[in-house]
Design a protein around this ligand. Structure first.
Ligand SMILES: [Zn+2]
Ligand SMILES: [Zn+2]
Length: 142
């Protein structure tokens, strides 16, 4: 069995996040859903294969109208994981709750058309105007 590595925790520390695998990709998402859910002006997420990430304790998940299934710490509310029907077998963890964000440099911008106007991107990463789902699904095909 692969070793469980502790990679993150919620704000209050009641929930921890661990994984047995390396992430498949890391991305910024500029969409308003991700902005609201994380509270960050520019949230970034680490993408793992579903089943490679565990939240301890296993807190309840909520399904939203969009179909997204999200886990938040029941005590402090920190966002922990998100899964989406159009991104099968993938689970997304906000970089902001990870212990060592330096390990997860983003590789892609998604939903660039939805970013705040004052936010100027000054990197050479690939940019998707809208959803990056095709690119992300391709990344998981390997
Ligand atoms: Zn918490
Ligand atoms: Zn988003």
């Amino acid at each position: 069995m692969t070793e469980q590595r502790n990679i993150g925790r919620c704000y209050c520390g009641a929930c921890s996040i661990s994984t047995t695998a390396d992430p498949l990709t890391v991305l910024y998402c500029h969409c308003s859903d991700c902005r609201r859910w994380t509270g960050a002006a520019l949230p970034a997420f680490v993408a793992f294969t579903t089943g490679d990430v565990a939240v301890t304790p296993d807190v309840p998940s909520a399904r939203y109208e969009s179909g997204a299934v999200r886990q938040n710490c029941p005590d402090c509310g920190s966002p922990l994981t998100a899964a989406f029907p159009y991104l099968p077998d993938q689970i997304y963890v906000p970089v902001g709750v990870l212990n060592n964000p330096d390990r997860y440099p983003p590789q892609l911008h998604c939903h660039v058309a939805s970013k705040p106007k004052w936010l100027h991107i000054e990197d050479d990463l690939a940019r998707e105007t809208a959803s990056g789902r095709d690119t992300l699904n391709e990344a998981f095909d390997d």
